[in-house]
Every structure is written in C-alpha cells, then in structure tokens.
Design a protein around this ligand. Structure first.
Ligand code: FAD
Ligand code: NAD
Length: 457
C-alpha cells in the first residue's frame, strides 16, 4: 500500500505482534486499508486453544483447529504484510521493534518502525521455578506440545506392553500425571481417561486397566474459577471414573522418573511415565524486557494497561492485549483477548479519524482551524473504554460431560452433565474462527463417535 492517501495525508504503520486470540480477532475486524499493517508472529497460523486438550489423544485433529494467518489476512480490505519472526525487543522511545526470523532457511533480523504497536504475544507456561520441570515434563500450549504428549503416551504404552505385569517399571510407565487442576489440567486428564476407557480398552484390554491417570493440584479443590457446586460435580465424576485426584498436593521437584510433592504435611515420591505440567502462565522474556523499560510497569503478572488498552508508560503508541497483560477483573482467557481485539479494531478506526483531522488542521488556513479543532475535540471525547462482557466459563470433564457457569443478561446458570456437553460442543463450534475449522471439528467428532480415536503416532 502507498505511504500516503489520495489527499496526501500519511498512512500510518501498525505493527501487530502475535497471531493468537487477541491479534487474530483484531486482524479479522480491522479496516486494514486505513494503515500499513505489518504482522509479526513465529506462528503463521491461529490456534484454537479451547480444543487443544482434545488433540493429544486424537479426539480432534490438530489440522482442524488451526487457521492460516494468510487466510485471515486475505479477507481483510487492505494489504497485510506478514513476517514469520519473533519480536526480540521493543524500543518505546524510538518506536521500533527488533524482530528475528524463525525460519532457519532465511535468517534475518530487522528493526521495524511503527506508529502504533499492538502487543499480543501471549504468555508462556509457568513452572514457578520448580526443579526438573523443563527437562522432564511436557506443557500444553502449542501444537508441538500436543504432538509431544501423544508420542510420549504411545511410547510409554508400547514399552510397557513388552514388560511383565508384575514389573514395577511397567506400572511406572503406565502412570500419567497432570500437574495443575485449572481447566487445562482438568480437560487433559479427562481426555486421557476417555481415551484409555473408550479406545485403548478395545485393543489392549489388560494393559488399559493398569493405566493410572492422576491430577495433582496444590489447592484444596480443582477449577477455582467455577461455582462450588460445579467443582463438586467435577470432582465426584473424577472419583467415579477413577481419575486419581491429589488435592492439597504441591509438586516440588521432578526428575526423569519421579515426582516429589508436598501432600499436606507429608513429602511423597511417586513414579510417573508421562508428565504434563499445566500450572498457568508467566510473562515471556520479551515482555519482561519491555516492562523493565517503562517506569509504571511494576507488576510481575503482566503488562499494565489502562481502560483503553494503552500500555502504561507508552500510551500514545502501544496497545497491549490478551494474556501478556494484567488488568484487575480481566482473566487470561480467549474470551477476553478476543473481545479486546474487536474493541481495538474499532478504536483504531477512530484513531485514524483523529490522525486525519490533525493532519487537516496542520494544512488548513487559519480561519478554518477553529472549526476543525472543535471537531477534533468532539472526536477525541468520543472514545469509549473497553468493556468486557463475560459470557461464562465452560469445561469438559470427561465421559461426555461438561460443566458451564454461564450468564444470559442478568441471569446466571450453573449447568453440568451430558446436555451441558452438547452445549459445550455447540459453543465451541460457534467460537471456531472459520467455517473450515467448524466443519473439520464436527467431522472429527463424528469420526470418533463412529470409528473411535485415531491415536497412532
Ligand atoms: P495467544 O493466543 O497465546 O497468542 C500469542 C501469539 O503470540 C502466538 O501467535 C505466538 O506465536 C505469538 N508470539 C509469541 N512470542 C512472540 C514474539 N516474541 N513475537 C511475536 N509473536 C510472538 N480460554 C478460554 O476463554 N476458553 C477456553 O476454553 C480456553 N482453553 C484453553 C486451553 C488451553 C490448552 C490453553 C493453553 C489455553 C486455553 N484458554 C482458553 C486460554 C486462551 O488460549 C488464552 O487466554 C488466549 O490464547 C490468549 O490470547 P493471546 O492472543 O493473548 O495469546
Ligand atoms: P490456571 O492458572 O487456571 O491453573 C493452574 C493450577 O495449577 C492452579 O489451580 C494452581 O493452584 C495449580 N498449581 C500451581 N503450581 C502447582 C504445583 N507446583 N503443584 C500442583 N498444582 C499447582 O492454569 P490453566 O489451567 O493453564 O489456565 C490458564 C488460563 O487459561 C486460565 O485463565 C484459564 O481460565 C484459561 N483456560 C480456560 C479454559 C476453559 O475455559 N475451558 C481451558 C484452559 C485454560
């Protein structure tokens, strides 16, 4: 796109970092003809994270929950320039961002100048510096994590099958432990147990009975963001389905084969075959660097923003959205990031109007300036704050059951069971970013219903 509009006014540059929930929603809604739009992300696709826990065991295929970023950009009214790269450093003074290619066949670093930066790099899994986690556990954040978990499960099962049932090594290999009783850990434990009971049981009836799925949670209960009654429903179902629930259990260290945890006042040591770590989020290194450059940024939980999603300390040029931010009452969820992206698309349209008017004022004859300035005041006073509309929380808890804490208008509903699972399915289908994803996910579910899961590596 040309650097100026037909009237000679400059076309400003927006650099968007990330291709996750926040940035993809912005890109989908932004009038890209108003700006030079540059997107930087190491991932050339959007990932529909709510169905990621279904992928390691093959309930949903990974290809079904990704949407190429080019396909989103193609539908935008103006051009979008994409770099398959990661941001290394942001210089808020100089308004530049240093990026580095992640494509090994095409190495480069570049300094990109921006007028506006939309910072949406998400967060990384936290380990709370628990020794041995990075070396031995898998996370569940990216596609590569789901693939790694699948390989580890299949490898453990095949190795165990070669050992005698009395061999303690066989028992170790068949112990799958998930640490963290938030929704990620709960949904993954539920999917693992479904796979063992519904599919593996058919091919390896003896071995499948020996598999233990365990969920360890430091607090007295799982799923803290849900209503007490739903938490109890989920915990009862886990007990019924023989998912070992270790509550009040804080994992303290991990090695290749064992977990050490504080369970009440006692220290326990438990062997494991596959370990998945799901204890929440921490800021990425590039975010920590940015925090250190701006005086008002004094929270360790994420970038501080105001009610217009402007970054404190760089309000004139940087917006931050999604999991990389911290704002009281806004949780690190897809729902929040998605709504922030939508809001920002509208805000950037207004900002374009303001910038155009400022340019016209600079060009205008003295006698026209006053009229234009009063229009500018009105436009600037028109900026709404971001208002989050919480639609509720949903979680899959296994055996074709789900829980939902949902709001419709002023009413709150607490739902649990098989009908809630159908609601969960339709809500997630509706949330899919594209028609293609919707069709593929629906086909995966049908396939599993009639033919079972395809979990071969
Ligand atoms: P992300 O979606 O994580 O995207 C960040 C983007 O930034 C990615 O494209 C990444 O590649 C890119 N990036 C990373 N580093 C850099 C860099 N240095 N430079 C440039 N780009 C970079 N929330 C719900 O509301 N409902 C759910 O059911 C739900 N289920 C979930 C299930 C799982 C397994 C997980 C892990 C999360 C789930 N969440 C759910 C939370 C939700 O996924 C996050 O809140 C959401 O992804 C946040 O969006 P984001 O845009 O901030 O970050
Ligand atoms: P979380 O922060 O929600 O939960 C992490 C859990 O790990 C906490 O309950 C914590 O007490 C526990 N924990 C921490 N350290 C531990 C240790 N050493 N030993 C044992 N337990 C430990 O993390 P999450 O589940 O990854 O979710 C991250 C975000 O994504 C949340 O905002 C969540 O709402 C969102 N999410 C939503 C859904 C959904 O709505 N269905 C699904 C997945 C994620």
């Amino acid at each position: 796109q040309s650097a100026t509009f037909a009237d000679g006014s400059p076309r400003k540059t927006i650099v968007i970092l990330g291709s996750g929930w926040g940035s993809a929603s912005l890109l989908k809604n932004l009038d890209t003809s108003l700006y030079n739009v540059v997107l930087v992300s190491p991932r050339n696709y959007f990932l529909f994270t709510p169905l990621l826990p279904s992928t390691p065991v093959g309930t949903v295929e990974l290809k079904s929950i990704v949407e190429p970023i080019r396909s989103i950009a193609r539908r935008a009214p103006g051009e979008v320039h994409y770099y398959e790269a990661e941001a290394l450093d942001v210089d808020p003074q100089d308004k530049t961002v240093k990026i580095q290619s992640v494509n090994k066949d095409q190495e480069y670093t570049l300094d990109l100048k921006y007028d506006y930066l939309v910072y949406g790099v998400g967060a990384q899994p936290t380990t709370f510096n628990t020794p041995g986690v990075y070396e031995n556990a898998s996370f569940l954040k990216e596609i590569s994590d789901a693939q790694e978990i699948r390989v580890k499960i299949m490898t453990a099962i095949e190795k165990a099958a070669t050992l005698s049932p009395s061999d303690p090594e066989r028992q170790r290999l068949l112990t799958f432990v998930v640490v963290g009783g938030g929704p990620t850990g709960v949904e993954l434990a539920a999917e693992l147990k479904d796979y063992v009971d519904q599919d593996l049981k058919k091919w390896m009836p003896g071995l499948s009975k020996e598999i233990k799925v365990t969920l360890a949670e430091a607090l007295p209960n799982i799923l803290n963001m849900f209503d007490r009654s739903l938490v109890e429903y989920a915990q009862d179902l886990f007990k019924q389905e023989k998912i070992d629930l270790w509550l009040n259990t804080m994992v303290k260290s991990v090695d290749k084969t064992h977990i050490r945890a504080k369970c009440g006042d006692e220290m326990i040591e438990v062997p494991y075959g596959v370990l998945v770590w799901a204890t929440g989020n921490a800021p990425r290194d590039v975010t920590k660097n940015l925090m250190n450059k701006l005086e008002p940024q004094d929270s360790r939980r994420g970038l501080l923003i105001n009610e217009k999603l402007q970054l404190l300390g760089a309000e004139d040029s940087i917006f931050a959205i999604g999991d990389c931010t911290f704002y009281p009452g806004l949780f690190p969820t897809a729902q929040v990031a998605h709504q922030e992206g939508e809001y920002l698309a509208k805000a950037l349209k207004k900002i374009h109007g303001v910038d155009q008017l400022k340019w016209q004022i600079a060009q205008a004859a003295e006698e026209d300036k006053q009229m234009l300035e009063s229009r500018l005041d009105k436009l600037q006073g028109d900026f709404e704050h971001f208002k989050y509309n919480h639609m509720g929380a949903l979680a899959y808890i296994g055996k074709e059951k789900a829980i939902a804490d949902v709001s419709f208008g002023q009413s709150q509903y607490k739902l649990a069971g098989s009908f809630t699972f159908l609601f969960w399915k339709s809500a997630y289908l509706a949330m899919c970013l594209s028609f293609r994803n919707r069709v593929l996910v629906a086909m995966d579910w049908c396939k599993v219903y009639f033919l079972g899961r395809d979990s071969s590596v």
